[in-house]
Design a protein around this ligand. Structure first.
Ligand SMILES: [Zn+2]
Length: 210
């Protein structure tokens, strides 16, 4: 890896002798990518983007939990300081974390993290229980997990307060198909609080829950 680093530095300098001087001046990425920690889905490589273009947070099975200070700090910094325009939750087919959540086996501490995906299963059991092929079931849960995690982001005060201030922030749900390398847009993009369901929408003018 260290010799790979030298080769990469040399190739970048050959293209542009000022490359690292420019990079060191600062970052202004327009995108926050929240993806899986799986080694096969690195954000920059799969999207053909360069250093400086994508702010990245990754965890097992791209779970967005409201009590995760790490994720919330990344989200707050990206949205309120870097002013990113797009937040993308990116899952991938064949996700080991999602597959593990579909079993009744214990894998260790991770079981407590994957519990959040079991909750997604519970919400969509009526659909998932009708799928007999295990691979198809995992991949559909991968999609539903991305959808629910992107909604989880929309439910945060961070995203909702940003939407009150500006109209150029969108939350998206994508899947990387590791069989082809291609990204599928699940078309669940959101840019306002209205579709979240009344109990989740923060609106100081109204008493939504009686
Ligand atoms: Zn994964």
């Amino acid at each position: 890896m260290l010799s790979g680093n030298r080769e990469w530095v040399d190739s970048k300098l050959k293209e542009d002798p000022e490359y690292f001087k420019t990079l060191a001046k600062g970052q202004s990425p327009e995108v926050l990518w929240i993806g899986c920690a799986d080694s096969r889905v690195p954000a920059n490589q799969v999207t053909g983007t360069n250093p400086g273009e994508v702010f990245v947070h990754r965890n097992i099975a791209n779970v967005c939990v409201h009590t995760d200070m790490n994720m919330l700090s990344v989200l707050d910094y990206a949205v309120n300081v870097l002013k990113v325009k797009h937040v993308i939750v990116a899952g991938h087919y064949g996700c080991g974390g999602v597959a593990a959540a579909l079993t009744n086996k214990q894998f260790g501490l991770i079981d407590n993290w994957l519990r959040h995906i079991k909750d997604v299963y519970r919400m969509h059991a009526h659909e998932l229980d009708r799928i007999s092929d295990q691979e198809a079931k995992v991949n559909r849960l991968v999609e539903l997990n991305v959808i629910e995690q992107s909604y989880n982001l929309c439910k945060t005060t961070i995203i909702q307060n940003a939407w009150k201030e500006r109209s150029d922030l969108e939350v998206h749900g994508w899947i990387v198909d590791i069989n082809t390398g291609l990204i599928k847009d699940l078309k669940v993009s959101n840019n306002d609080s209205h579709s979240l369901g009344y109990v989740y929408e923060f609106n100081d003018d109204e008493v939504a829950v009686h």
